[in-house]
Design a protein around this ligand. Structure first.
Ligand code: ADP
Ligand code: MG
Length: 265
């Protein structure tokens, strides 16, 4: 059974159909990439799933329940997580404090309680940091971390809610290729360990090809293709609309295959 079932989903802004009747499904333990050129409707799709935008048409069934019409907080509580950038105000806090706050927030505790008990949830927070390879840096302020490490902490924060589905809109934006691969390898590991589902967008095709189990391709609000990376690679419509030329595309896929071998070793 699918964890997420999106059917005929649509959203317009003024006269523009940002998302135009798309349907797709996502299973637990699956890493699904949503790709497409700028303005294709990827972020709009994400924001309808997380409740920040209300769909004009269609339905989003998560874990057997309709999400359309629910508030973001309610959707988050049902187990739909998303990565947030660590706000500037929290950058002065340590790595572990940021994760502790996320854990307390999940429990619905008051923010002020945390101040009185700085060791609250610390062990749980450290365990999450261990999973993302940031245990050794737990007591450093987030403001001192390298960019790629901040992204790992953001992932740990998103995991504090124990999401069944994690939404990541351009998680590797601004990262160097090596950092990108490290973050996606880590995400893939979390998917395997926790049986979590992930829906993510990504510009770098080599990352998509190396890590996605399946992909869906949007162009001007429409879903033009879906399938396994190799099926997508050979899809004429995708090559035409998205990549422009098949030649470049072959090259990217080869590079990704090489990367994947490297990542697995
Ligand atoms: P992507 O994330 O794939 O780049 P978006 O979902 O952000 O695409 O945007 C899809 C289309 O919807 C674009 O034409 C964009 O200009 C438009 N759009 C997105 N958000 C808004 C908004 N809040 N108001 C008006 N138009 C929007
Ligand atoms: Mg976007």
């Amino acid at each position: 059974m699918s964890l997420l079932k999106v059917n005929n989903l649509g959203k317009s802004f003024g006269g523009v159909k940002a998302v135009d009747g798309i349907s797709f499904e996502l299973k637990a333990g699956e890493l699904l990439a949503l790709i497409g050129p700028n303005g294709a409707g990827k972020s709009t799709t994400f924001n309808m799933v997380n409740g920040q935008l209300r769909a004009d048409q269609g339905s989003i069934v998560f874990d057997g329940q309709e999400l359309v019409g629910r508030k973001p907080r309610a959707i988050w509580r049902m187990g739909v997580g998303r990565t947030f950038q660590i706000a500037e105000t929290f950058a002065s806090l340590t790595v572990v404090e940021n994760v502790q706050m996320a854990l307390l927030s999940h429990d619905g505790r008051l923010f002020s309680m945390w101040r009185r008990a700085s060791d609250h949830k610390r062990d749980e927070a450290l365990a999450l940091l261990e999973q993302v390879g940031m245990r050794a840096q737990a007591d450093r302020p987030c403001s001192e971390l390298a960019y790629g490490d901040v992204k790992r902490v953001e992932l740990a924060i998103a995991m504090a809610n124990s999401p069944k589905l994690l939404l990541m809109d351009e998680p590797t934006a601004g990262m160097a290729p090596k950092e990108r691969n490290a973050l996606m390898a880590l995400t893939k590991q979390l998917v395997i360990d926790r049986g979590m589902a992930v829906l993510f967008t990504e510009h770098s095709m080599d990352v998509v090809f190396a890590y996605a189990d399946r992909m869906i391709v949007l162009a001007r609000g429409r879903l033009i293709a879906q399938g396994k990376p190799l099926e997508i690679r050979d899809h004429p419509k995708v090559q035409e609309v998205y990549f422009g030329s098949g030649k470049t595309f072959e090259k990217i896929a080869e590079k990704a295959a090489a990367l994947h071998v490297g990542a697995a070793a």
